[in-house]
Design a protein around this ligand. Structure first.
Ligand code: 5AD
Ligand code: SF4
Length: 437
């Protein structure tokens, strides 16, 4: 029998892209491809792009440029571009880069195998109505006890800086029964911790027995799955945190005390210019209510430094909001204009101003992250082992609060949920000792 063909995938961007890359690998697996970590061995190279912040198209073109030699040596090499840059600039990519065989947008991944079989260049960047995951094979072996599960895609919010509504399209939710079937399949393969994914996950409204279910109801259904120990969801919009979802944080023990709730800015004028449709005060009130439901919840957020027109005083309002909340984790980005978005029409701040503000944001957020970690020292936490550590006999897993924890445990097994006493905190992780069998 001939050797299987090899597929190399390079993934940029968010967890949704990581999930999509895995599903594309499985779709190609059904067509006889196995994945490889070495690009030179590949019969097919797929670049799964992200358009959200980085200089995405420049990176893509330099990746493609580097593939020229490989394609010259292997004329049968298939080169594909997937993801949000494919969606936004598909035809342009094919024109500029004749070595690209196929361009596939995020809603057309189920067509990938047939496109890979076709001769000549092909492109599919449609937004079909059916669920793309329906036509993909069932999920294969997973990589351990944690998994992501996409429940919703796209976004109707149109924040002034963001390309997602254009590249991922309108918000679509997957039906509840498909999600539950996929989740049960994952659990039967050893998954214990599932993160529900969506660009706007708490706007979820999937159909179930003729009714629409909210994310809170979906989480309640998911919590009923035997063998599933932990649930999380990301990414949420403050305006979609409904009462039932807040309540779920108080009454669903499987729902972990961690919430990523981007606020972007602490200035009402900037929030308005960003089209976020809430004020700083409303966000703070919301945080209060979430903490009432789950006092130990660890909060995480995204921030943008240097949005067009942001004054020094407005930037300081963001620092004030951060001090008022106390985030256990956060991501901060320098504003970068995305062509086609309303904010891209406005004059940008000088790069030195945005750079300096980003630095100040990061300094404060790092201090808060360290403080949240330090506060765990001496406490008992549950840790789900994900992989062996670098040192002999060491295991690494995540706590309920999503802290990475290193545990010296020669008998430890991947997939075990153990009780650990935290003994130390370092820059990005905790260390502890196992105290249960
Ligand atoms: N510039 C900077 N940051 C951005 N984000 C999205 N678009 C931009 C942009 N144009 C950030 C937001 C969002 C996160 C996923 O990426 O903070 O929450
Ligand atoms: Fe982008 Fe999130 Fe705003 Fe949607 S809610 S437009 S995905 S930043």
């Amino acid at each position: 029998m001939a050797d299987p063909k090899k597929l190399f995938i390079k993934t940029y961007g968010c967890q949704m892209n990581v999930y999509d890359s895995e599903r594309m690998a499985e779709a190609m697996g059904a067509d006889g491809y196995v994945t490889t970590e070495t690009v030179d061995d590949a019969d097919m190279v797929l670049i799964n792009t992200c358009h959200i912040r980085e200089k995405a198209s420049e990176k893509l073109y330099s990746d493609l440029g580097r593939l020229r030699k490989l394609k010259a040596a292997k004329p049968d090499l298939k080169v594909g571009v997937a993801g949000c840059v494919a969606q936004a600039e598909g035809a342009e990519i094919l024109r500029r880069m004749p070595l690209v065989d196929l361009v596939v947008g995020p809603q057309a991944y189920h067509r990938l195998p047939e496109m890979a079989r076709a001769k000549g260049q092909s492109i599919d960047t449609d937004f079909p109505l059916e669920d793309k995951f329906d036509s993909l094979p069932e999920r294969a072996a997973t990589r351990g006890p944690t998994a992501f599960l996409t429940v919703q895609e796209g976004c109707d919010k149109f924040c002034a800086f963001c390309v997602v509504p254009y590249t991922r399209g309108a918000e679509v939710s997957r039906p509840v029964d498909r999600i539950l079937t996929e989740a049960r399949g994952l659990v039967s393969k050893g998954v214990r911790d599932i993160t529900l994914l969506g660009q706007n996950v708490n706007a979820y409204h999937g159909s179930h027995q003729g009714r629409d279910l909210t994310l809170a109801k979906l989480l309640r259904e998911m919590a009923g799955i035997d063998g599933l120990q932990r649930l999380r969801y990301t990414t949420s919009h403050p305006n979609d945190m409904d009462d039932d979802l807040i309540a779920a944080h108080g009454d669903l023990p499987k729902l972990m005390p961690y919430l990523h709730l981007p606020v972007q800015s602490g200035s009402d004028r900037i929030l308005k210019a960003m089209n976020r449709k809430h004020t700083a005060e409303q966000y703070l009130r919301l945080i209060e209510r979430i903490r009432e439901a789950r006092p130990d919840i660890l909060l995480s957020s995204d921030f943008i430094a240097g949005f067009p027109g942001e004054t020094e005083a407005e930037f300081e309002e963001t620092l004030d909001l951060i001090r008022a909340v106390g985030f256990g984790m956060a991501y901060s980005f320098k504003y970068s204009a995305r062509p086609g978005t309303p904010a891209a029409e406005k004059p940008e701040l000088p790069a030195e101003v945005s750079d300096a503000r980003l630095q100040r944001l990061q300094t404060l957020l790092t201090q808060q992250q360290r403080a949240a970690q330090e506060a765990m020292v001496g406490r008992e936490v549950d840790v789900l082992y994900e992989k062996p550590g670098r040192l002999a006999g060491q295991m690494i897993g995540k706590s309920d609060h999503l802290h990475a924890v290193h545990v010296d445990d020669p008998q430890g097994k991947i997939g075990e949920l153990v009780r650990v006493r935290v003994s130390a905190s370092s820059s990005n992780s905790l260390a502890g000792t196992r105290i249960s069998r």
